[in-house]
Design a protein around this ligand. Sequence first.
Ligand code: SIN
Length: 478
Amino acid sequence: MIVMYTRLLIGGRWSDSADEKRFDVVNPATGDVIAQVASAAPADALEACDSAATAQPGWAAKSPRERSEILMDCHEVLIEHSQEIADLITNENGKPQADALGEVAYAAEFLRWNAEEAARLHGSFGVSPAGDKRMIVRHPPVGVVLMITPWNFPAAMITRKAAPALAAGNTVVIKPAKDTPLTALLVGKLLGDAGVPAGVINIVPTYSAGEWFEAAVAHRAVRMVSFTGSTGVGRTLLRHSADRVLKTTMELGGNAPFIVFADADLDATVEGAMIAKMRHSAQTCTAANRFFVETPIYHEFVERFSETMKTVTLGNGFDPDVTCGPLINAAAVARVDDLVDKALQDGAKRIIGHGRSDEKGFFYDPTVLVDVDVPSAITEHEIFGPVAPIIPFSDADRMIEAANSTEMGLIAYVYTQDLARGLGVAESLEAGMVGVNRAAVSDAAAPFGGMKQSGLGREGASEGLYEFCETQYIAANW
Ligand code: SIN
């Protein structure tokens, strides 16, 4: 039996929403409603901010070692409850159990990394060049942070933001995605069990994100907004945050090029291409969106990659044979289908794939497209589904220009056995992260984030911790 928490977590207590509204949570593999969760009203958002504001001075006053030990206990508790969390992830997100368990380990790792970092959050001390004063630089916490997290990693995107925020002495108010609030509520409960004091983490799902955010962002104590999601929503949140000159971190959309040179090790490349495209049911912002393959190996790559895509087993993530779950909802299926239809109308050829499925649930068949126009809708938009457009190239400079000719710049992949070329191309790509002969790039110890309209700031690594800090400079004489 899967235990589900379906009320708001504010100040360490469960409560219904002020207007007693609830919304449905649907299992995307079946289309069935699995729970009804309290939908926070603006009044609840404000109460959560009050609670975070009340808890913040006490949390910040704990020694770094105390915060570190609590976060380490949180890591242990998440690991102990891996299966329970993974079950909830598969239920509401649809990803296969192996991916869900992988996500829990990834989520827990942010707690461990930041537990270790909490005790090493240092400033600096020096003497001014003129020798007239001592210069002390310290990094106090920002205060209360609003966090808006996505449905594609319902556990890991909570801890990737909350762990560094807590390590630095902040308190948080989290609005998880309306498609996946159950995992967030369970994680919140477990972190409380592990010793995070009441009010330090508040979790307030809502169906009415706009009015929730407008109320919360205006709360006097809120000093920062951290968001993961689409670039469009990110722009709106940035506009609201600008009115109060709030600090922000934004993890926004991607449009990753996956570049294959003729000298690449084809076995490793196809394996990497599958990871970069299909990881977590092809719904990651790091997913390969456009494949650029050098002409001498283009046909062989298309054939071998298509054959491997055919081995993907689509279905309910609880079935151990399934390697790709459903898309998150019906709108996601319609969007992917529309991009593929447009590409086909423009002359693209479908090598494999049968489009959307008639089965219950929100499934889309793994699809490989060739003869795709560049640029076109499918190369300009983040697909967020199991569709791979493959484009041949013969001139590396023009290919790099095409790879960079997008407003997105989250991640890129380069496959070649010539490491000097791989690193040279990596440096010329306008992307915050590059995988060279490597498709799984994310790591709690690495700075995750994008250039251009893919985002602002970084998550993970020590960069991710300092995002949640202010910088204070003290000039002193003695
Ligand atoms: C994302 O898709 O938003 C995160 C992917 C990752 O952390 O690897």
